[in-house]
Design a protein around this ligand. Sequence first.
Ligand code: GLA
Length: 370
Amino acid sequence: MKADFKIRRITHAGICVMLQICWLLPHSSTAQPVQTKGLKDYYKNYFPIGVAVSAQDLKDPREAALIISQFNSLTPENSMKMGPIHPEENRYNWKDADSIVAFAQAHGLRVRGHNLCWHEQTPKWMFKDENGNQVSKAVLLKRLKDHITAVVSRYKGKIYAWDVVNEAIDDDSTKFLRNSLWYRICGEDFIIKAFQYAHEADPNAVLFYNDYNTERPQKRERVYRLLKQLVDAGVPINAVGIQAHWSIYEPGQKELEETIRKFSSLGLKVQITELDISIYPWEKSRRSMRPGESDAYTPELEKKQADKYAEVFKIFRRYKSVITGVTFWNISDKHTWLDEYPVTGRKNYPLLFDQNLQPKKAYWQVVDFK
Ligand code: GLA
């Protein structure tokens, strides 16, 4: 794999000599590794490799260069969510979303839209009338339709896929749909309608249901039940997003394979939409760091993480006939949403690039197809 590195050595005469095989050379202070092949190139016969970004990330020349060299798909991390893009009923805020789409177009990257309907990051006005009372189902569905039509139409032909409904299944395994305001006001119709509105706005867009912990059997079964209902009812859903906010402890190979098999048995394509591998066990409730608790990224944790990345990518490659994309959630360990979440004061290291944007051990495992 290291053959894909080029070494730039500056001689006394100031001439740069490019060599393909860096491990034959001693690493002197003048040796600067320049990576010539990115994740997207290693995976060109498999699936596109994406990354979630902010408009701000793309303004940083080092991050922009890394994105262009490694990835061929972008997901706006937050800027297309309902709250940021549609903060008031009669006002859309297109700036950041537009700049991400423009960057993608300029550099030949595809874009996944994220997301059209979710219980979080939704503006309060959506559910209230002018007197502050909860709106009726008819009003809420009209607002949902207006929102989806405006956003999907704006990027028609530039965004190839949309996460239409995000996380509608309850965390409580004894329940089915999440008791969100969407559900309380509209019942399950909001899900069906969201897909119909998106399909009407862009009949060519690939439409996704997207959720987390889908490898855990109790969640997998309920997500499957929802997907099957939608497919059986002829709702225009094409694919399912496995978010993949994982850790070095889970999922197990069998659980992951079973999820991919089960979802794709419905005729749906599968994408890994928000991949990161935390070095900590999964937790959902917010808390502070405990006395003596460490957030050191030890060599042991780094190795466990590299092994987990190797394991899941091996499975992704095996299922390339149904997996149509793998997207990482953030660029590098310099910044990840898992810093401080859910544990205040705790750093995480869940990605393939370190805080200096250099490939980690896990990166080299992911591109090693043995
Ligand atoms: C969910 C959402 C993402 C993002 C992550 C955490 O997975 O789908 O948009 O907000 O949570 O950052």
